[in-house]
Design a protein around this ligand. Structure first.
Ligand SMILES: *[C@@H]1O[C@H](CO)[C@@H](O)[C@H](O)[C@H]1NC(C)=O
Ligand SMILES: *[C@@H]1O[C@H](CO)[C@@H](O)[C@H](O)[C@H]1NC(C)=O
Length: 489
């Protein structure tokens, strides 16, 4: 296209008339055509170079490859039009509205597991976080988020699978909308793929701050609420509050004795998880009291996948490639969760207590251990039902208000450690609610709008102070209970 215009320009040039009155108009014409050519070149630039929150012009993360997203926007012109329209004409000077009228008499304390924020950030409590340290974490990041004065900027490095990036950035924008004027300025690196990357041994001398959806005891990665709290359109999972309400309502339709007295798991066993492969061996209701089913994502996505999981007394949680977002839905069912000792943890599971909200299953001797849990439950139905209910109650306290509060406090504590003033880099794009919605496809837009929040009427809950002894006591208590359970086998 550009070449064609260029040759037209050359042609025009060679046939310039000589007389001065025409010269002027010819020069004008030439200038106009050059401008048009420049614009066409620019359109191609925009269409094939501008990186966006929808994933335009981004390659998959090299550390976790996946099928790149295909955009069906037709010509480069229509693609460029969309990008220009969404990226450059949506975010107005979103001036911060008046300070929210938060009623301080309504101060509530945050759930106890919020203490883990202090532990997650402890590696930087002495060294603090320098800009240089943040930039070193870039090597592991899919994008960089800079919040300044309540405005959000994103520097895009790699695409994230499906719509994870869009829904994660949406969550941050909702936080800003919820607590205007309260969210501190931050500059942070984020990886949206599954596995933690900052090994505690390898990075001991120089921990790098990197946000993601899960961590382990052996990693410095900082856990942050995953995208599915705002929705997961690819599998028809709606925003968390609505999903929880539905699951809880469904779980009440059948009393405990009417539920099926077996352990049940349905999912995708082919995700390279040794635990899920081992689980296939337990598929025998007579021998192991267990039924294992393969999930048909196509069919489930149409039917709504949580519906199928409501009616057995015991639900198995087995982590996948890393942590799995399914845990929150399983715990919500009101069945007793048989939680196979996980390696990965997300931000909220650290507050669960074995034999209070779930039954711990060791990773070894998997089938006999599941059978033993089911046999225990079947001979202690009241206790088993109470533990199932305690799991559901735990998820009930984790409503979206608390999820936003967790994000708020994590960013607040992180910001206190920064020893520099965040400034968006020139390569970053401002993203606001309007621009993100503008990029969303119709189905994504529908899910995003369902999870939109509004101005908070209450201030964030009060963060418990850092008290390493309490976390240590929890850890010891957990270990003691697990040991007890193992000895019963
Ligand atoms: C962390 O790194 C050490 C040393 O390279 C290695 O032995 C260990 O397996 C790694 N840990 C994880 C969880 O990858
Ligand atoms: C488990 O067993 C049931 C019944 O025998 C069967 O229908 C199902 O396909 C099995 N599951 C898997 C994953 O093979």
């Amino acid at each position: 296209m550009a070449m064609g215009l260029r040759s037209k320009l050359n042609h025009g040039n060679s046939s310039l008339p000589r007389s001065p009155p025409y010269l002027f108009s010819s020069v004008c014409l030439l200038a106009f055509l050059s401008l048009a050519a420049l614009l066409v070149l620019k359109v191609d630039d925009v269409a094939y170079q501008t990186k966006t929150v929808a994933g335009h012009n981004l390659k998959p993360t090299p550390w976790h490859l996946f099928e790149p997203k295909v955009f069906d926007e037709g010509t480069s012109y229509s693609r460029a039009t969309k990008i220009v329209q969404c990226q450059y004409f949506q975010c107005r000077s979103n001036a911060i509205p008046n300070d929210p009228q938060l009623d301080p008499s309504k101060l509530a304390s945050c759930p106890a597991f919020f203490r883990y924020i202090h532990r997650d950030l402890a590696p930087w409590s002495k060294s603090r976080i320098s800009l240089q340290r943040v930039m070193e974490a870039k090597e592991y990041a899919a994008f960089r988020v800079v919040i300044v004065g309540g405005r959000l900027f994103v520097d895009f490095y790699y695409a994230c699978v499906q719509s994870r990036m869009m829904f994660t950035v949406w969550g941050l924008l909702q936080l800003l909308k919820r607590y205007p004027g309260l969210v501190p300025d931050v500059d942070l690196m984020f990886d949206c793929m599954d596995k933690p990357a900052i090994n505690r041994t390898e990075h001991r001398s120089r921990p790098l701050p990197l946000f993601r959806y899960c961590t382990t005891n052996e990693h410095f990665d900082i856990p942050f609420p995953d995208w599915s709290f705002w929705g997961w359109p690819e599998v028809n999972v709606g925003p968390w509050d609505a999903e929880f309400r539905d699951i809880k309502r469904g779980s009440r339709s059948r009393s405990w004795p009417k539920k099926w007295p077996y352990a049940y798991w349905k999912g995708n066993p082919d995700v390279g998880s040794p635990i899920r492969s081992a689980l296939l061996e337990c598929n025998n209701t007579k021998q192991w009291r267990t039924q294992i089913l393969r999930q048909d994502w196509g069919e489930e996505a149409r039917a709504g996948y949580k519906k199928s999981k409501l009616s057995s007394q015991y639900k198995i949680y087995a982590e996948g490639y890393a942590w799995s977002v399914s845990l929150k839905y399983i715990l919500s069912c009101g069945s007793l969760t048989l939680l196979i000792a996980p390696q990965y943890e997300d931000f909220f599971t650290r507050g669960l207590l074995p034999k209070k909200n779930y039954w711990p299953v060791p990773r070894t001797d998997l089938c006999p251990n599941i059978k033993q849990a089911v046999d225990w439950g079947n001979s202690h139905p009241a206790e088993a039902a109470a533990m199932g209910k305690a799991g559901q109650d735990y998820m009930d306290t984790l409503n979206m208000d608390r999820v936003y509060d967790y994000m708020f406090h994590l960013l607040m504590e992180y910001s206190k450690l920064q020893d520099f003033k965040p400034i968006p880099p020139s390569s970053a794009q401002e993203v606001c609610i309007e621009s993100l919605l503008c990029f969303a496809e119709p189905k994504q837009k529908q899910f995003l709008e369902q999870s939109a929040t509004s101005l908070a009427s209450m201030p964030p809950c009060v963060l418990p102070n850092a008290d390493g002894r309490i976390l240590k006591r929890w850890k010891m208590l957990k270990e003691r209970i697990m040991k007890d359970v193992a000895q019963q086998t």
